[in-house]
Ligand binder design. Structure first.
Ligand SMILES: [Zn+2]
Length: 116
């Protein structure tokens, strides 16, 4: 995210009757310039509010991305991404219910969780 002229605000622990609490992300720019997949991976319970001219024009609920590219790195030393430099690091959603991602090349499970 370089040279983006936009405002992003995350509201933590906003009240929500349905979920108890939720985090709200406010964005003041073209939403298509943001990598929402990465945000969704970090926390797909975030609601993204798109703000233009001071008004909320759109609310987007994030869903887990089917594929994540160049965000996670495979820790398998025998994986081709560890051997060959320059390959994209691609993980795919193997189990949406348990939020498990696996390396597209070697099926190594990504185990570190970023949420919490
Ligand atoms: Zn791998």
């Amino acid at each position: 995210m370089d040279k983006l002229d936009c405002t992003v605000a995350i509201i933590k622990n906003a009240r929500s009757n349905r979920m108890g609490r939720k985090d709200i992300l406010k964005v003041e720019c073209d939403i298509d310039t943001l990598n929402l997949d990465v945000l969704a991976f970090i926390d797909h319970s975030i609601t993204v509010n798109v703000i233009k001219a001071g008004e909320i024009v759109e609310k987007r609920a994030l869903t887990l991305p089917q594929e994540i590219r160049d965000v996670l790195h495979c820790h398998n030393p025998r994986c081709i991404t560890s051997i060959e430099q320059g390959l994209p690091h691609i993980f795919y959603l193997a189990d949406a219910g348990r939020e498990i991602y696996r390396c597209k090349y070697c099926d190594e499970r990504y185990s570190e969780r970023h949420r919490g």
